[in-house]
Design a protein. Structure first.
Length: 199
């Protein structure tokens, strides 16, 4: 398969690429790195990305920013970061790809643990994660041409613990290998409309 991975250079993206790259052709996409660059929050830019990349059998999104700040410090602009980047950025990949991904192909998005197991300063990310779960479950029943859609929801990765561990006190880190397997399940399996939790 020819698989486009957006956010390929991050910890989650690397785990997905390592697992899927053993068997498939990976096209790496990032905001500033990778074979192609895109601002996912810009639908016009996402449509242009699909034109540049050409035929793909699957799209994996491991990208999307959110604001980490206390509830009292958030305002409309800072809250919109998670909604614009993490939610609409990934939704744009689906909307623009509905007629670009091969018949029977798939979209795999990425959320995270915070809507299930919240932390202080994580409300923006938690809101985005919950929105992505709702989008995937609902979009799955309307996908054309046998397309599938799922979202992987990992805990904090083991390789990320040194950077983010102090925010996630008491949280058990998850294996990068296991995270990679979750993307394999979504891309190479038959699931659709599912939130695939890696805990």
């Amino acid at each position: 398969m020819r698989i486009m991975v957006v956010g390929a250079s991050g910890d989650i993206g690397k785990a997905a690429c390592k697992e899927l790259g053993a068997r498939h052709d990976i096209i790496t996409v990032g905001r500033s790195g990778g074979a192609y660059q895109v601002d996912m929050a810009d639908l016009v830019a996402v449509k242009a990305l699909y034109q540049q990349v050409g035929h793909v059998d699957a799209v994996v999104s491991c990208a999307g920013d959110a604001t980490f700040a206390s509830l009292a410090d958030l305002d409309e602009d800072t809250f919109m970061v998670g909604l614009r980047q993490k939610v609409m950025g990934q939704v744009n990949l689906v909307l623009a790809g509905l007629d670009r991904v091969a018949d029977g192909g798939s979209f795999t998005l990425t959320s995270g643990v915070l809507d299930r197991d919240p932390i202080r300063k994580g409300v923006n990310a938690a809101t985005a994660n919950g929105a992505l779960a709702g989008f995937v479950k609902s979009a799955a029943i309307e996908m054309p041409r046998g397309l599938r859609i799922n979202v992987v929801s990992p805990g904090m990765l083991d390789v990320s613990a040194e950077r983010y561990g102090e925010w996630f006190r008491g949280h058990k880190s998850v294996s990068s290998h296991d995270v990679g397997l979750a993307y394999s399940k979504c891309v190479e399996g038959a699931l659709t409309g599912q939130v695939v939790i890696v805990a």
